[in-house]
Design a binder for this molecule. Sequence first.
Ligand code: ATP
Length: 221
Amino acid sequence: MQLDTRKLGCERDERWLFSDLDWHIGPGELWRVEGPNGSGKTTLLRILSGQMADYTGTLLWQGEPLGRCREAFMAAMLYIGHRPGIKKALTPLENLDWYQAMSTITGGARTRREAGLEALEKVGLAGFEESPVEALSAGQQRRVALARLALGHQTLWILDEPFTAIDRDGVRQLEAWMMGHCRAGGSVVVTSHHDSGELSPASDVLKHLRFDGQGGVHIEC
Ligand SMILES: Nc1ncnc2c1ncn2[C@@H]1O[C@H](COP(=O)(O)OP(=O)(O)OP(=O)(O)O)[C@@H](O)[C@H]1O
């Protein structure tokens, strides 16, 4: 898997959040995107995940301009944003069922229900499968959203502040998932305001893209 940006730029309110960004996201790489509030992290992730067309430059998926392979890209990429993107009136299991139906994820011999139950168990929600999401805590609701990571077969994960409201054990588990995903050849782009702990600086897969808040972006491999 390979996502590249060529001369990528985005201007907001007559201010360039970033410009001329040449970036290669390859297999086995975990990119942590850092920077002060308002520097452009979410904007960059929304562009990378194909949700925003208001940018300059080019995005290449597997070497092809995104516009020409959008369907393949969307099937290979999983985005989880600030908003959990789950329906609060439904149960966690119904949310995952709906998600699988929408994204045409096939779970092999497993039914969607079996796959959903397994994913919810992995995120620590065994026993809450049939509770309305609106009755769950903020951290549990976020876990419902993160359960999509356990379901899918997407190679590229784009995660905006995934640790929000997650307790320490959950953070460690998510960190381990991300590392494991990269070691299996997948890629992760993640923003986080957490200082340290959840992504080990010693990790062999971890790389950094830092916004300096002045329109500069620095890549540290
Ligand atoms: N829809 C929009 N229209 C106009 N300006 C926007 C829009 N969305 C974001 N911005 C502006 O773009 C800049 C970057 O916002 P962005 O959300 O990407 O920052 P961020 O680095 O993710 O911040 P935070 O750390 O607070 O989440 C901010 O100045 C913001 O006001």
